[in-house]
Structure formats: structure tokens, C-alpha cells
Design a protein around this ligand. Structure first.
Ligand SMILES: O=P(O)(O)OC[C@H]1O[C@H](OP(=O)(O)OP(=O)(O)O)[C@H](O)[C@@H]1O
Ligand SMILES: O=c1cc[nH]c(=O)[nH]1
Ligand SMILES: [Mg+2]
Length: 210
């Protein structure tokens, strides 16, 4: 439907997305599920990593076999809610470095407000995976990607669990080359800028606030 958007419809991911949508799912289970979904999504998001051939001596013979070709990766969670996806991603790509960008959405204006940034020093040489469970208006993701580009990042992917069409369109408008990986594209936004049906406030549900 959208160009450069990958909806990951694996049954395990879809099942777990249904569980985190449920308002009766508590913080402990919500956190565990977000981590698991992030790990499963990492499998798809890393599908295009380049390989190189090496030789490995097995107990029987020398095998010509493949390993990932030394790509440097970075995982960039948008705080707070993006933190919930980091450990799941790191389980599959443990050598990745992690850079944090703190952004919250002003509840009145819905505009992103930046409050923290700590990135690996070689950010410009890394392929970056920006993670945040929710893509609503797209303001936070667009700001984070803009911030990374200002610091030299050239190869950026965005990974969200649930996206609204408005957010996808905003990212496409501002950063058309950035592929977006999502588990669901929902109906849209309500008058408070929440994704419908969505799952509510991902940060609050992860950390038990509000
Ligand atoms: O696409 P947008 O309209 O910008 O909305 C999405 C943002 O809103 C949420 O963060 P929130 O502002 O609730 O901060 P938090 O993670 O600290 O709870 C979410 O985790 C995204 O970062
Ligand atoms: O539905 C939404 C929208 C923005 N942020 C969230 O956590 N949830
Ligand atoms: Mg929040």
C-alpha cells in the first residue's frame, strides 16, 4: 500500500500485538511482550545485511560459510517508550551500539520536545535503527531522524510496533528514503493525537506511570 513501508505480519508478532493492545495487560507482561516483538522484528529489519564468505574448519572438513560483513549498527531508542524495544533488538544484534534521544510530545500542541541526546561518537559510520513503539503524528520520529542526519547519519531505518497513516505520511514527506517497519497500520488518530485503536500510551504502560 505505502512505498518503503514493511508490515511484518508474522503470526507470532500479530498474536503478541493483540496481547499488548489489551487494556488488561499489566506492565510486567507488556514489557516482556514489547521486548519479544522487537526481537522478532529485528529478524526482518536485518534481512538485507551484507554477508561475506569465510572458511571455518569443522571437525570433518573446511566449510566455506557466510558471516555478516562487518557492518556497524546502531540502535536508537526514542525515550522513553523506545527503551522497551532495545533489549529485544540487542538479543539478535548484540554488537550494536545504543544511542539515546529523549523526546516527548507536548500534550497540548502535540509537537516534539527534545530533552536528551547521547549518541555513539562514530554515528556517521553506522547503519541506524530508530525504535519507538508508536508512530502517531510522526513528529517525534521526524525530529529524531532529522537530529541523526544533522550529525552525519546516512543510513536510517525506523521500526515501530503500531503506526497511524498520518505518521507514515509525515515520515515519508520529511525523510522519503527512510524505510519504515511496522507490525500494524491502524485507523488513525483521535482528537488527543492517540492512535485508534492503538494501545494507549506506550511509555506509561511500559513503566507503570500515570
Ligand atoms: O508520532 P508522535 O505524535 O510524535 O507520537 C509518538 C510519540 O509519543 C510517545 O512518546 P511520549 O511523548 O508519550 O513520551 P514517553 O515515551 O516518554 O511516554 C511515543 O513513544 C512516541 O515517541
Ligand atoms: O497512541 C499513542 C500516541 C502517541 N504516543 C503513545 O504512546 N500512544
Ligand atoms: Mg508516553
Amino acid at each position: 500500500m505505502y512505498k518503503n513501508v514493511f508490515v511484518i505480519d508474522h503470526p507470532l508478532i500479530q498474536h503478541k500485538i493483540s496481547l499488548i493492545r489489551d487494556e488488561n495487560t499489566g506492565s510486567k507482561e507488556f514489557r516482556e511482550l514489547v521486548e519479544e516483538i522487537a526481537m522478532l522484528m529485528a529478524y526482518e529489519v536485518t534481512r538485507d545485511l551484507p554477508l561475506e564468505e569465510i572458511e571455518v574448519k569443522t571437525p570433518v572438513a573446511v566449510a566455506k560459510t557466510k558471516v555478516i560483513a562487518g557492518k556497524k549498527l546502531g540502535i536508537i531508542p526514542i525515550l522513553r517508550a523506545g527503551l522497551g524495544m532495545v533489549d529485544g533488538m540487542l538479543k539478535l544484534i548484540p554488537a550494536a551500539k545504543v544511542g539515546h534521544i529523549g523526546i516527548y510530545r507536548d500534550p497540548e500542541t502535540l509537537k516534539p520536545v527534545e530533552y536528551y541526546c547521547k549518541l555513539p561518537s562514530d554515528i556517521a559510520e553506522r547503519d541506524l535503527i530508530v525504535v519507538d513503539p508508536m508512530l502517531a503524528t510522526g513528529g517525534s520520529a521526524c525530529a529524531a531522524i532529522h537530529f541523526l542526519k544533522e550529525r552525519g547519519a546516512q543510513n536510517i531505518k525506523l521500526v515501530n510496533l503500531i503506526a497511524a497513516p498520518e505518521g507514515i505520511e509525515a515520515v515519508h514527506r520529511d525523510h522519503p528514503e527512510v524505510p519504515i517497519y511496522v507490525a500494524s497500520i491502524d485507523q488513525g488518530l483521535n482528537e488527543h493525537g492517540y492512535i485508534v485503536p492503538g494501545l494507549g500510551d506506550a511509555g506509561d504502560r511500559l513503566f507503570g506511570t500515570k
